[in-house]
Design a protein around this ligand. Structure first.
Ligand code: RIB
Length: 288
């Protein structure tokens, strides 16, 4: 059996307050409804890839508090391999405080807790299969994982942070949103593979060596909550490229998956299954 897709990244419990509007600095907004959902960019991407049909192993760290079980519940329910997750009695499980408004836009503050303690020493000595990484773990850990990876490397440069040039250069896939694309500029195009830039409701563009090779638009959907949609896109594009889908179709697949993720509340509860994405692709005439 070929090695599983390893997702090395953050695991959070998302505490989500949904209100009519987002607060401005110094403003108090009341009347919100509170929900708790499993989240974290790494865990979201792991679950998204699993729901899209990949065999996934997650590597990360939680606390030994009650939030850890809540944060891992949906990964466990989807049979993601959790053998690479350490439980650290010295630190709290990561928490994201999320505000969502009536248009589905959000503001997020992350208290990384145990995620900040995933050091290079916590990683396997070699990573043989494909890997997905984001920047909610220390950059040194991400760099060490990239150095140890011998297979496909997908790098979601979120949230934006300075990353060594050799890490960017090694990536087979880089995914950024428009803001992150502005932060990294032309350095993105050092990647040996492709660079996807997501454009929210307008879709995404795919570049190779700075030249556009594909673009896609998502289906029109009713936006409930955009949290986790970017993570869904990262996982879907990785799964599609690992399945050797042609670039145009892979990008359409990822845009469709991301669009479905905004139609439901919560990061992980909103992630679509493979059957849902296939059905949406088919009804948009993009199956094939
Ligand atoms: O990308 C969305 C995620 O960012 C949330 O689930 C939250 O935990 C933060 O890490």
């Amino acid at each position: 059996m070929s090695p599983a897709l390893s997702v090395i990244g953050s695991i959070n419990l998302d505490l989500v307050a949904t209100a009519a509007t987002l607060p401005a600095p110094g403003e108090t907004v009341t009347g919100a409804v509170l929900a708790r959902h499993p989240g974290g960019k790494g865990a979201n991407q792991a679950l998204a890839a699993s729901r899209l049909g990949a065999r996934v192993a997650m590597i990360g760290r939680v606390g030994t508090d009650a939030m850890a079980d809540e944060a891992l519940a949906l990964l466990k329910a989807d049979d993601v391999d959790l053998g690479g997750i350490a439980a650290d009695p010295q630190s709290a499980t990561g928490v994201a405080l999320i505000a969502v408004d009536a248009a589905g836009e959000n503001q997020i503050i992350v208290a990384p807790g145990a995620n900040a303690l995933v050091t290079p020493a916590a990683l396997p000595a070699t990573l043989e299969g494909p890997v997905i990484l984001q920047l909610e773990l220390p950059v040194a850990t991400v760099a060490a994982a990239v150095a140890r990876a011998s297979g496909f490397v997908a790098l979601n440069l979120a949230p934006a942070a300075q990353v060594p040039a050799d890490v960017l250069a090694r990536a087979d896939l880089i995914v950024v949103n428009e803001t992150e694309a502005g932060f990294y500029g032309d350095s993105l195009h050092q990647a040996r593979g492709v660079v996807a830039v997501t454009l929210g409701g307008k879709g995404a563009r795919l570049f190779k060596g700075g030249v556009e090779v594909a673009r896609a638009t998502p289906p029109t959907v009713r936006v409930i909550d955009t949290t986790g949609a970017g993570d869904c896109f990262v996982a879907a594009l990785t799964v599609a490229l690992l399945e050797d889908m042609p670039a145009e179709r892979a990008l359409a697949f990822a845009c469709t998956a991301g669009a479905l993720a905004v139609t439901r509340a919560g990061a992980q509860p909103s992630l679509p299954t493979r059957a849902e994405v296939n059905a949406a692709m088919e009804s948009a005439g993009k199956a094939g």
